[in-house]
Structures are given as C-alpha cells and as structure tokens.
Write a protein that binds this ligand. Structure first.
Ligand code: ASP
Ligand code: MG
Length: 459
C-alpha cells in the first residue's frame, strides 16, 4: 500500500457497505483512506441498511405502524451502537438524531398516506448513506488524530454537488452541472489539508429533491465525483482484493487480475462480474481516470488496476457468467427482402425500457438475451407478438470470455467448444467486440462450462 499522504495526486476513494459494517470496519477503512492519501471518501450505507430502509418504506405503506417501528428501532440501535463505539462528538450525534427523527416522521407520513412513491422511496433510502457518512467522518477524525496528521476531516452533503435529473430510483447525473458545482465547492481541494467524507448513491435534482442512482450506485457516485474534481485516481474499496479471473465461488482457482483495460472491464462489468456497478466506468473512461479495486480488509493484498493502457493483453483475461437469462426469438417471413423489421422490434424494447445484451440474427429471425426480470413486463411480449412469432426460452446462462483480439484469433472458437463439447450451446455472439466472446447455455450447465473454460484458458 502506498503511504504518501502529501502526494500531489488527487485521489477519490469509495468504501462499500461491508467496509462500513461496524466501528472496527470503519476505523480500518479510515486508515486505508489516510494511508492512500484520499482527498474525498465516498461511503455506502452500513451493510444491510439500504435493504432495511426499503423494507421500512414498504412496511410503513402496507402494514401496521408497530411493524414499521420495529425496523426503525433496528436502524436506530445499529447506528447508535457504532456512534457509541466511535465516541461520536455531541454535535454530530445531534445531527444523527435529527436525521433519525426525520426518518421516523417520513415513515409515519408514508404510513398515514398509505403511499410510497418512487420519490419518497429515494428520500427514505438516502438516510443510509447520510447516517453512515456522519459516523465515518468520526472514524476519519479519530484516525487523523491517532496518526498526528494536520489534516481535518469534513462532512460534505453530496447533494450540494451531485446533481441529477428527476428519474427517481435511477437518476442520471447532469455532468456539466456537477463539474461546475465541484469547481465552486471543491475547487481548492488539491491545496487544502482536508479529507472530505461524503455519501455515495444519492444525489439531488436542481430544485432540491433527493434522488438515488439505483442499487449499488455508490461506485458510480465516486466515479462521477472523481470526474467532477478532475481526480488522478479513483479507488473502489470492497471486501475482495480486486477483480477475479472468474467468480471464486464457482472456481476456487480463480485469482485476482493485476490489470485490465477499460474496454475489457466494461464488458466484464456488464456481462456478470458483480464487482463494480456497470455505469462506474463511464465517467472514468470519459476522463481517463485509472481505477483501483482493492479490499479494505487487506489493503496490502493488492488488487486490480483498470486503465486505458495495460502492459499485457492476453487473449482471455477473465470470464463471467450471467444467470437467469432469457432468450427471446422473434421471427417473421415478412422480414425476407424487407427493411425496418429490426427497427420496429428494437423500438418495442426501447418503449418498454428493456435492455438487450447479446443479439444474433438470421434473414427472418432475431434472437436476443435479456435478464429474466424483463419478463415481469407482460406488455413487452404482447407487443412483440403483434409484430411476429415470439419464442421465449428461460433459465439460461450467458457465458462470456473477456480478453483481447478475441474476434481475430484463429482456432479460438474450436478451443472453446472442444472444452465444452458435451454442453449444448444455444446461441453464440462473436465478432462485434474485440474483447468479448459470449454464448448461451442451459442454466444447469453454466457453472460447469465456466469451470472447464477457466481450466483451459486461465489455469
Ligand atoms: N447503499 C446502496 C445499496 O446498497 C448503494 C451502494 O451500496 O452502492 O444499494
Ligand atoms: Mg455496494
């Protein structure tokens, strides 16, 4: 681990829920932030709290006030325990208690109205990060004092800078506005002896409504802020030492990848690796900010660098599995010698805001993979059936191999399919990307395919 506090590099670090689990985890994370020389620390809610808040909102809306109160007390106790362990100062404790009071009133409002809109849900969820960041700021202060650092820690309400649109539940950041607010609020950051502690996941509309970026969005927040302050490095601290060659629960031989390019990492994040929120890399790529992923539980164990230029470009660097996939095949003879068919099909997906992952086409049909949650939307399939014959196959797994020059390497497909020759492959996607080769297998055979391919290409 680097120990250069006064380095002139501007570092934004994010700590996830498990790194914020209790007082001890927070102190460990604060120590990592200090050793790394972070200037902005972006934190998630304490682990499990976002789920508790969602459950609270749903209970308040649909069930008895007594049941809602049980959850409120659970959240209060958890945060008070950490506050006591960290000997939280009076004014911060007051701020925390005010927030907890606000949470209770908001829950009561939802209960009385029996209505929890997406907008109310975002405000409810925001308490997780707002509370945890008050506690983390104290952990940071204790750590700075212990290390006799001159720097101060300061709590920053991220909603002053992270401005989004009004799409509650999955708001989109307004980059130009964020950059301008960062310049105003944090313009002197490189020269200040201050470590800002702020919230991931939440933002605000220009007219002051609290929003969230979608579940797991703290990584994305950190990347947006890194872009906003023109940071040199973005660090994502989690509970595993970097990105692994594949899911170690499937393949115990999986190991951490020292470096991966932006392009490969984007494919990996969208095609199943759970390590980063898929949108995280967009700001980092746009602004060419290298990203480090490591474990706050073992900062010395190393981790993964994600950056534009990498030293080694192996054919296969990693592989991912995305389960619970459905394959939707749409066919019509009318597609023969005509045009506009794909347009009309994709327009339906667009109208229903459903994202397609892999596609193959023939002259009269097109097959697309989707997450199975897309089927919850019955109207999507109904609308497709207006246009053509629709076949839906469920319980599939999407396997992808991530690497370099994958679409130009003779013999690669043979090697892949030789190693899984007894596994039925339903659809193959190759050619569109230099960095990704993916195919669909039956859900019961997905993990076996990963094990074999890992042995063939990585071990
Ligand atoms: N606390 C939020 C969640 O659990 C955001 C995050 O942790 O990234 O989804
Ligand atoms: Mg998380």
């Amino acid at each position: 681990m680097k120990t250069a506090y006064n380095s002139n590099q501007l570092i934004v670090s994010k700590f996830g829920g498990t790194s914020m689990g209790d007082a001890q985890c927070m102190l460990r994370s604060a120590n990592v932030a200090l050793k790394q020389g972070s200037k902005i620390v972006v934190v998630s809610a304490t682990s499990g709290t976002t789920n508790d808040l969602i459950e609270l909102a749903n209970t308040a809306e649909k069930s008895s006030w007594e049941k809602a109160q049980v959850i409120i007390n659970k959240i209060k106790n958890k945060h008070h325990k950490i506050a006591a362990d960290l000997e939280l100062d009076k004014s911060s404790l007051l701020m925390m208690d005010e927030m907890l009071g606000e949470l209770e009133s908001m829950s009561r409002g939802i209960h009385l109205l029996k209505d929890c809109s997406l907008k109310a849900m975002d405000s409810m969820q925001s308490f997780g990060e707002r509370l945890s960041s008050i506690l983390f700021r104290q952990a940071m202060t204790l750590t700075l004092n212990k290390e006799k650092s001159n720097a101060k820690s300061e709590w920053l309400d991220v909603r002053d800078v992270l401005i989004t649109d009004h799409q509650f539940g999955k708001a989109r950041p307004l980059t130009a506005e964020i950059v301008s607010r960062c310049e105003k609020r944090l313009g002197a950051i490189r020269h200040e002896e201050v470590i800002y502690v702020t919230q991931g996941f939440i933002g605000s509309t220009e007219d002051g409504m609290t929003t969230t970026l979608g579940r797991g969005g703290s990584d994305y927040s950190a990347a947006i802020l890194a872009e906003g302050v023109k940071a040199d490095i973005l660090e994502i601290w989690t509970d595993v030492a970097g990105i692994a060659t594949t899911d170690p629960r499937i393949c115990p031989e999986a190991r951490s990848i020292p470096e991966i390019s932006f392009k490969e990492a984007s494919e990996l994040a969208t095609f199943g690796a759970k390590i980063l929120h898929p949108a995280t890399l967009m700001p980092a790529i746009r602004s060419q900010i290298p990203v480090f992923v490591g474990s706050s539980f073992g900062a010395d164990l190393g981790g993964t660098w994600i950056k534009k230029d990498v030293e080694h470009t192996p054919l296969v660097r990693a592989m991912a599995i995305r389960k619970k996939q459905v394959l939707v095949t749409v066919s019509t003879p009318e597609m023969l010698y005509s045009h506009g068919f794909l347009f009309s099909i994709f327009k339906i997906f667009n109208d229903h805001k459903v994202s397609i992952d892999a596609i193959t086409t023939s002259e009269i049909s097109v097959s697309m993979t989707l997450d199975d949650s897309a089927l919850l939307n019955k109207a999507l399939i109904r609308d497709l059936e207006q246009q053509a014959e629709v076949l839906v196959e469920e319980d599939l797994s999407l396997i992808s191999l991530i690497g370099n020059n994958i679409n130009h390497t003779p013999g690669l497909a043979k090697k892949i399919f030789d190693s899984i020759s007894d596994i039925n492959v339903r659809m193959i996607c190759l050619g569109a990307s230099k960095h990704n080769f993916c195919f669909i297998v039956d859900g019961t055979q997905g993990e076996e395919a990963i094990k074999r391919l890992h042995k063939t290409f990585i071990n």
